[in-house]
Write a protein that binds this ligand. Structure first.
Ligand SMILES: [Zn+2]
Length: 148
């Protein structure tokens, strides 16, 4: 990973801000992330929350390249940002307005739970079958993409 990040803990979650992010965008971004992470802090069951706080960092990227999109969970097997979430600083603020406080991160952390806490992770047959029946996995692909 050639980018440089600076870390900060917010509500026990690890935020990593890319060095070089536009300073004028930072106050509203930090304020929004503080709100969103407070929602997660109050919603998540405690053992799941502690697991995610300890091993799932959120990288806030200046880049608008494909690897970042709006938000994305990168599975444990990925070479870049393994087991972590990336969000685009510019797009996140716009996109979160469509879904409400905390919703984008709840979505991404759900992928992390699937990968890290469900037996067999993304290969879990029970979840695969549900996905085939409901076809939910395909419908959600416009909001973020999971490479696996
Ligand atoms: Zn997704």
């Amino acid at each position: 990973m050639h980018k440089k990040f600076r870390g900060k803990s917010v509500h026990g979650f690890r935020l990593m801000f890319e060095v070089g992010l536009q300073e004028d965008a930072l106050p509203s971004l930090k304020s929004s992330l503080n709100t969103d992470l407070s929602v997660l802090d109050s919603l998540l069951p405690i053992h799941i929350k502690h697991k995610l706080q300890s091993d799932t960092s959120i990288y806030v990227c200046a880049s608008t390249k494909e690897e970042v999109t709006v938000s994305r969970y990168h599975p444990k097997v990925c070479k870049t940002f393994p087991g972590s979430i990336t969000i685009s600083a510019a797009r996140y603020l716009q996109f979160r307005l469509c879904w409400g406080d905390g919703a984008v991160l709840v979505h991404e952390f759900a992928h992390a739970v699937h990968d890290k806490l469900i037996p067999s992770g993304f290969a879990c047959e029970i979840i695969e079958k549900v996905g085939e029946n409901v076809n939910v996995a395909r419908v959600t692909s416009f909001t973020c993409s999971v490479s696996r």
